[in-house]
Design a protein around this ligand. Structure first.
Ligand code: F6R
Length: 643
């Protein structure tokens, strides 16, 4: 939650004929913030520094979305800067006001922060006792003052007025170390000071932060989206590291104060992957990205001998053969992907799979051993609850496998192995293509384990892979044939106040996901149920005209199919308006359906890759018909980096 971005260019940059990257901190920050806005959009702000006489540190901020900051900047008209930091906020301490927006200023410096400082009350009292007046309710402003108090003391200890920019930057590095040592909680902190206009000083603990390495300029961001328009060369930041960025150098110190060389990588996303590409919203675009997301997640997984290979699987095969239980830890949509995985992995591998919401996991003393494989599923790789679940599982001796979309993210780095989903950047807050690619990666994991443990013959694994390979084209066809009809349905039902979603077997997690999508983007009450559970209570909700979505399994699995047909009849008999998602050619549903959405045939276990798509389209259409911003729903943020 919250997005932060930093840029530092050359000091001669104020000269219009300056070096590349010159004076463009403002442009870089605004571009980065627009790409990070999905992480929080309660308020936004920037701090710019420049070496000239006159105003050397400018802070501009505004409550509300980034456009409000743009308007404030138009009014303030700041001069070109050599360095800057920016922030887009999801409020934790203090409401979403301009006063609480970052950056927070203290003395000669300004600070942006993502995370939560847990001991901020005691620190606030200390800062106030030192004579500082705080203007906001945030924990971050306390950190800004702590930094400035420490920094001022170090400056005063030197000879007054003789500290040059390099020495000032070095002193601020020391202050950052001293202050962050005292902080409890999580943080990615960036600071600039007017005394060192060519530098950004940063630190990180358990909140995301990555470095972008440019030519004669350098960048920082909560994730690579912050700078991908300017450089694709990125470097990792580990916990408790402190950094000094100048235009041509990045210095990283570890917790012990040693200079270390960060791991670097090339970002494979290009900037165009994070723009709407002609669609009205990111959610629309990402729904349409899904065939490619599945295809890319499957890419390069089969060797010359037709075997499934997972190169990233760094866990010893002997260990994988010995596991007797899998626990999936995840939150929200990612947990529903894990729920689908349970059906597939148990069926293919005969290993029990438990699904655990990551935030419940470590508090209930779960039974975890060296024979447990913990699978953490996360689009962002930064969900704090999931990070803690991974840490807890590893402390109990379990190996952790991460299924993650964001390269270099915390979960990816802390897990024993990573299976990357290749969905590309997901910008809309509501997850769509990440869900589908997480399910795809789970299938790969299940088939890999089945192959390794001998539960399936090679030709059986090859058959499943062949079927998976056909899914992108089927999603494509489904979009082409059903999208308009489903959109119209969403518009027609825009005034409804309640919806039910029913499914059995793998249709059950899809029902949960359909309900979640509608809740989060359209703010409508929606519930997902296992269809068989209806009679045990929820059927009391059914009344005349209530729209009920039912996901019907293929008629080729009559045991499941016929039971769901009975469930449709039960709700219809009580006046429900039934919207049925059924396989092409399944005429048994027709007499009981007010609307039928037709889906191409696919193996039962792979059905979620198709059936969820109309539910995503429906939620987006209904929300738009209500005049809502589907990409940035109220109260939410893309990456939940607080517990
Ligand atoms: C819903 C949604 C959330 C996330 C959840 C986990 O559309 O996006 O429920 O799935 O917050 O996020 P990640 O996958 O980043 O760990």
């Amino acid at each position: 939650m919250c997005g932060i971005v930093g840029h530092v260019g050359p000091l001669n940059s104020i000269n219009p004929a300056g070096a590349p990257g010159s004076g463009r901190s403002l442009e870089v920050l605004l571009d980065g913030l627009s790409r990070l806005e999905y992480r929080g959009y309660d308020s936004a702000g920037i701090a710019l520094v420049r070496p000239d006489d006159g105003e050397r540190l400018t802070v501009v901020k505004a409550a509300g979305k980034l456009d409000n900051l743009r308007a404030a900047l138009d009014e303030a008209g700041p001069a070109p800067a050599t360095a800057g930091i920016g922030h887009t906020r999801w409020a934790t301490h203090g409401g979403p006001t301009t006063e609480n927006a970052h950056p927070h200023r203290a003395g000669t410096l300004a600070v942006v922060h993502n995370g939560i400082i847990e001991n901020f009350r005691a620190l606030r009292a200390e800062v106030e006792e030192a004579g500082r007046t705080l203007l906001s309710a945030t924990d971050t402003e306390v950190v800004a003052h702590l930094l400035d108090l420490d920094f001022s003391a170090r400056l005063a200890a030197g000879e007054a007025g003789t500290v040059g920019p390099d020495a000032a930057a070095a002193l601020l590095v020391e202050s950052m170390r001293a202050v962050t040592d005292r902080l409890e909680g999580t943080f990615a902190l960036l600071a600039v000071t007017e005394l060192a206009p060519g530098a950004i000083i940063a630190a990180r603990r358990s909140s995301p932060l990555v470095i972008g390495l440019g030519e004669g300029e350098n960048f920082l961001g909560s994730d690579v989206a912050a700078f991908v328009a300017f450089t694709t060369h990125a470097a990792e930041v580990d916990d408790d590291q402190v950094l000094l960025l100048t235009a041509d150098a990045v210095t990283v110190w570890d917790a012990a104060g040693n200079v270390v060389t960060p791991n670097t990588w090339e970002v494979s996303w290009d900037a165009s992957a994070a723009v709407k590409g002609g669609y009205e919203t990111f959610m629309d675009k990402e729904i349409h990205d899904q065939p490619t997301a599945v295809a890319d997640t499957l890419l390069g997984r089969v060797n010359d001998r037709g075997e499934l290979v997972l190169d990233e699987m760094r866990i010893d095969p002997a260990v994988l053969r010995s596991i007797d239980k899998i626990i999936v830890v995840a939150c929200g949509t990612a947990a529903y992907a894990g729920h689908v995985a349970k059906y597939a992995i148990e069926h293919w591998c005969r290993i029990p799979v438990e699904i655990e919401l990551a935030h419940e996991f470590r508090y209930r003393d779960p039974i975890v051993s060296e024979k447990t494989l913990t699978v953490a599923i996360s689009q962002s790789g930064e969900t704090m609850d999931t990070i803690h679940a991974v840490r807890h599982a590893r402390e109990q001796g379990s190996r952790a496998l991460a299924i993650v979309n964001t390269y270099g993210s915390t979960i990816a780095r802390e897990a024993d192995a990573v299976l990357y989903t290749h969905a590309g950047p997901e910008v809309a807050v509501a997850s769509t293509k990440a869900f589908i690619s997480q399910i795809t990666a789970c299938y790969l994991l299940g088939l890999y384990l089945a192959q390794l443990r001998g539960n399936k013959w090679p030709d059986e694994v090859a058959d499943y892979l062949e079927n998976l390979g056909k899914m992108p084209a089927k999603i494509e066809r489904l979009l082409a044939e059903q999208e308009d009809m489903v959109r119209e349905l969403g518009e027609q039902l825009a005034d409804q106040t309640s919806f039910l979603f029913l499914g059995r077997h793998v249709g059950y997690p899809v029902a949960l996901e359909g309900a979640l999508k509608l809740k989060e983007v359209a703010y409508v009450h929606a519930e997902g149920f296992a269809a068989g559970e209806l009679k045990h209570g929820p059927i009391a909700l059914v009344e005349e005209g209530l729209p009920v979505f039912v996901i019907v399994p293929t008629p080729r699995r009559p045991v499941l199919h016929d039971k769901v047909i009975s469930n449709i009849q039960e709700v219809r008999a009580r006046g429900a308006r039934t919207i049925v998602i059924a396989e092409e050619g399944d005429e048994a549903v027709t007499p009981f359906a007010d609307t039928v959405i037709r889906i191409p045939a696919a193996p039962t276990l792979m059905w979620p890759l198709l059936t969820v798509v109309p539910l995503q389209i429906f939620a987006a259409a209904l929300a738009k018909a209500r005049g809502l911003d589907v990409d940035q729903p109220r109260n939410l943020a893309k990456s939940v980096t607080v517990e």
